[in-house]
Design a protein around this ligand. Structure first.
Ligand code: G3P
Ligand code: CA
Length: 284
């Protein structure tokens, strides 16, 4: 009985911030200057979610590298957008049906050379799928990380494993990370465990978006901003969110004209596959 109580308390301390109710986050945890987020690295020019792609995004001036998370059969966090390995490796099947050793044998670069011959590079052949820990080990505190918890219902351990790694590499206190998710539940879990991590609520509108005061109030309980699809928002939407003190980081903008308009309307950051190429001075 005693042991069970201790276990339950350990779980609560990890996820519930010591059993107390978390305070709403402070949006000023993220700087007010405009941020460029290298979407899946520099994914227009290098195979997405490889160390080469993240490195290129940094070389091209991205402020953050964006990382999507999946989890292997043996519960290791790896960087991959899709739930299946089919599109971005030479393997087949779901990530969760492969052990890390199996995932590591896959070639995560050659598909890119075939699909995008203009940017093909022999160095991309046989690149491997990185684990989240390998990414932290490689870039350390030199990089800023903008991490998405994907399919959290499929991977109930994802948030705990992510937070443990962020603590291990001391990335929370050093303000090196933003976490994003379409899952409100996932973000709330993270906020309860580590209220200092700035969180972005991703939004997948299927038609032109309208904000309501009640949504804004709800998001502000745990998030510092929102990440909507840029094609579904307009000036009124952005201005309302900004007046409420929320950051607005739309995805995924790959046109200079559209970026200029969104910036005029007040967005505070952007996801792009084209880091560095929309113009020399596009952060201004
Ligand atoms: O994370 C922002 C954007 O990446 C969400 O869409 O499908 O590219 O992860 P997706
Ligand atoms: Ca993403």
């Amino acid at each position: 009985m005693k042991q069970k109580t201790l276990l339950a308390c350990g779980f609560l301390i990890f996820f519930m911030g010591g059993c107390s109710k978390s305070e709403p986050p402070d949006p000023s945890i993220i700087s007010d200057s405009f941020i460029v987020i290298g979407h899946r690295g520099a994914s227009a020019y290098a195979p997405e979610h490889t160390i080469a792609s993240y490195q290129l995004a940094r070389d091209l001036g991205a402020d953050y590298i964006e990382i999507d998370l999946q989890m292997t059969k043996d519960n290791v966090l790896v960087a991959m957008h899709d739930q299946s390995v089919d599109r971005t490796t030479n393997g087949i099947g779901s990530v969760e049906s492969h052990t890390l050793a199996e995932i590591k044998r896959l070639d995560a670069g050659s598909w890119f050379n075939k699909k995008f011959p203009l940017y093909a590079d022999t160095n991309y052949k046989f690149l491997s799928v990185p684990t989240l820990e390998e990414i932290f080990y490689y870039f350390g505190k030199e990089a800023n990380y903008y991490i998405e918890t994907k399919s959290p219902d499929k991977y109930p351990q994802m948030e705990e494993k992510l937070i443990r790694l962020l603590r291990k590499y001391d990335l929370i206190e050093e303000h090196k990370v933003i976490i994003q998710s379409f899952s409100e539940k996932s973000l709330k879990q993270i906020h309860a465990a580590e209220p200092k991590i700035p969180l972005i609520q991703l939004l997948s509108y299927q038609r032109p978006a309208k904000l309501t005061k009640s949504e804004i109030k709800k998001w502000k309980q745990y998030a510092v901003g929102i990440g909507p699809n840029y094609q579904m928002i307009d000036e009124a939407y952005i201005k309302m969110a900004r007046r409420a003190g929320l950051h607005v980081h739309p995805y995924t903008v790959n046109s200079k004209q559209e970026l200029d308009q969104l910036k005029k309307w007040g967005i505070t950051g952007v996801f792009t596959d084209l880091t560095g190429s929309l113009s020399e001075n596009w952060k201004k």
